[in-house]
Design a protein around this ligand. Structure first.
Ligand SMILES: [Cu+2]
Length: 206
């Protein structure tokens, strides 16, 4: 029985280790610093572009990964003063929760630390949103369905239950009489009868 308990214990302990190893292959990718160059123009064609000659409105869709650091290199393609705003709070206007660059009429920079997956609008803070806007897509890098803690917890519960059941069986299931050494059960029975008879004699003697 002890060997069976040890076997159950090893089986229960070995399984979570395998699950953890599997889960690690879906871990989030290492964060990177990504540089994006954007050209802004109010003069026709207005909008945003990855270069000075491909400016469109809406501008290019910018896809970034959650957890990365995005460094924008910003240029004015028409000499006008522009400002990059990423509308993180979805208000449609420049507000304190947004990414906002310094105004630039030649070049500038802005940093974006995307934490929340989703789609966001970027636009120019000094011109109308409708004339200079585009979309930023933040991709989630959080592993989907990472249930390692639940698996480990579940295996621990199973392990405790298995050991508890084994111990319960070990202590409560009577050993079959055939398994006892020959003659021992009969001798015990005889002794018990003898004691009972002695008690009976003792009581009847009064
Ligand atoms: Cu502008």
């Amino acid at each position: 029985m002890a060997a069976a308990i040890v076997a159950i214990a090893f089986a229960a302990l070995a399984t979570p280790a395998v699950e953890v190893a599997t889960a690690s292959t879906t871990a989030a990718p290492a964060a990177q610093t990504i540089m994006i160059t954007l050209y802004a123009s109010m003069a026709n064609p207005s909008g945003w572009g990855l270069g000075p000659v491909n400016i469109t409105n809406p501008g290019p869709t910018l896809t970034v990964n959650q957890g990365d650091t995005i460094m924008f290199h910003l240029f004015s393609a028409d000499g006008a003063t522009h400002m990059l705003v990423i509308d993180l709070d979805g208000s449609g206007t420049q507000s304190s929760g947004d990414v906002v660059s310094e105004p630039f009429n030649a070049s500038g920079t802005a940093f974006f630390y995307p934490n929340t997956p989703g789609q966001f609008t970027y636009f120019c803070g000094t011109h109308e949103l409708s004339m200079q806007w585009g979309t930023v897509v933040v991709r989630s890098t959080t592993p989907v369905g990472d249930n390692t803690p639940w698996l480990a917890g579940g295996m621990l519960v199973l392990f405790v239950a298995a050991v508890g059941f084994a111990v319960y069986r070990w202590r409560h299931v009577p050993v079959p009489r055939k398994a006892l050494p020959k003659g021992r059960g009969a001798r015990n029975g005889r002794n018990a009868k003898g004691k009972a008879a002695a008690r009976s004699r003792h009581r009847s003697g009064h």
